[in-house]
Design a protein around this ligand. Structure first.
Ligand SMILES: Cc1cc2nc3c(=O)[nH]c(=O)nc-3n(C[C@H](O)[C@H](O)[C@H](O)COP(=O)(O)OP(=O)(O)OC[C@H]3O[C@@H](n4cnc5c(N)ncnc54)[C@H](O)[C@@H]3O)c2cc1C
Length: 310
């Protein structure tokens, strides 16, 4: 389903900062500044900002919670869009629908659903991103993923807004068909009525599993590589001797080898070299070529797969 909603005139975006640091906008807290950082509070403001960037020939990158993102040391020669204000709202609608703005916290959405006895979104309890980022990445955990509960999403481009269904987004394993500069500003989840105690028990079990198996309280960006078919990137990296392996101030976590932890002064270059070394070691041990899950904000090309040296 693709429904055109409206187009917007090109005016000046309201909240625009020049030379803004991006590291604080990411969970790994690494990387340089963007030429422009634009904070937007409505779908209409998103379209206005996209038109403004298009008129100036600027590349655009959307950043959610930055929980799956590595920003280049040189930053970004374009405009970063950040959704805020009313776009972080969450509301329960009739028929088991949960409406979230694109900037809504996924764990908060999970809590809201649970508080209303709605089930289906529990897998997102410990995924520290936004609803928009979860759509872009088709986030998932505990054998469930976003595509299973997505009702529709509103996607903005410079030409206007449109409402799309899951099939329009071609959601696959940690991927969607969203193009650079397409921005998810609202998401509707289709959930089911559930038994509150069972939902609470599932949430507690998922959170306990995280605490027991993943690094806590460190600068990281979630899983570094996707899991190859029928195997786990963490197992392969651990078997190849990568646990606690370091380059500069980046190291593979001693708790879970598919996480990278950043120390003080860590550079994106340290992280990229460490990723490349992990991938080399797994291949040298006879394993598959690991594919990055994390996205990279390149100075000239915007959001891409991380360019791994070697
Ligand atoms: C401790 C930890 C645990 C994690 N566990 C999991 C897990 O179990 N499962 C999992 O899938 N992920 C996990 N992640 C990764 C991450 O949380 C998810 O990928 C999340 O969906 C990213 O959302 P975000 O808002 O942070 O997006 P960002 O990291 O900011 O961006 C990621 C991508 O989404 C795009 N994007 C962000 N917002 C929008 C938007 N509104 N419209 C269009 N595109 C957008 C960006 O342009 C970029 O390409 C984990 C991360 C951490 C730090």
């Amino acid at each position: 389903m693709t429904t055109a909603i409206m187009a917007a005139p090109a005016t000046h975006p309201a909240d625009l900062a020049e030379g803004a640091s991006l590291a604080p906008l990411t969970s790994i807290r690494v990387g340089g500044p963007a030429d422009w950082l634009c904070s937007v509070r409505s779908s209409r403001a998103v379209v206005v900002a996209l038109c403004w960037a298009r008129e100036r020939g600027l590349r655009v990158a959307v950043v959610g919670r930055g929980s799956n993102l590595l920003v280049a040391d040189a930053g970004f020669r374009g405009m970063v869009l950040r959704l805020t204000g009313g776009l972080a709202a969450i509301s329960v609608r009739g028929g088991g629908r949960l409406w979230c703005g694109g900037a809504a916290s996924l764990p908060r959405a999970v809590q809201r659903a649970a508080a209303h006895g709605l089930t289906g979104l529990e897998f997102g309890a410990s995924i520290p991103g936004t609803a928009g980022g979860a759509v872009a990445m088709n986030a998932g955990a505990h054998h469930a993923e976003l595509s299973e509960v997505l009702d529709w999403a509103v996607v903005c481009g410079a030409e206007g807004r449109r409402r799309v269904g899951p099939q329009d987004l071609e959601l696959g394993y940690r991927r969607s068909s969203l193009a650079p500069g397409e921005v998810v500003t609202a998401v509707s989840f289709a959930l089911r009525a559930g038994e509150p105690d069972a939902i609470a028990a599932r949430l507690a079990a998922f959170r306990a599993h995280r605490r027991a198996t993943q690094p806590q309280g460190v600068r990281t960006f979630g899983s570094v590589f996707t899991n190859p078919p029928d195997d786990s990137a963490g197992r392969l990296l651990e078997a190849a001797g990568c646990k606690d392996l370091r380059v500069g101030e980046a190291r593979f976590s001693p708790v879970h080898a598919n996480f990278i932890e950043a120390g003080p002064g860590c550079r994106a270059r340290d992280v990229l070299e460490l990723m490349a070394e992990g991938r080399r070691r797994v291949a040298a041990a006879g394993g598959p070529t690991l594919e990055p899950e994390v996205r990279y904000l390149d100075p000239e090309h915007g959001i891409v797969r991380p360019p791994l040296p070697g």
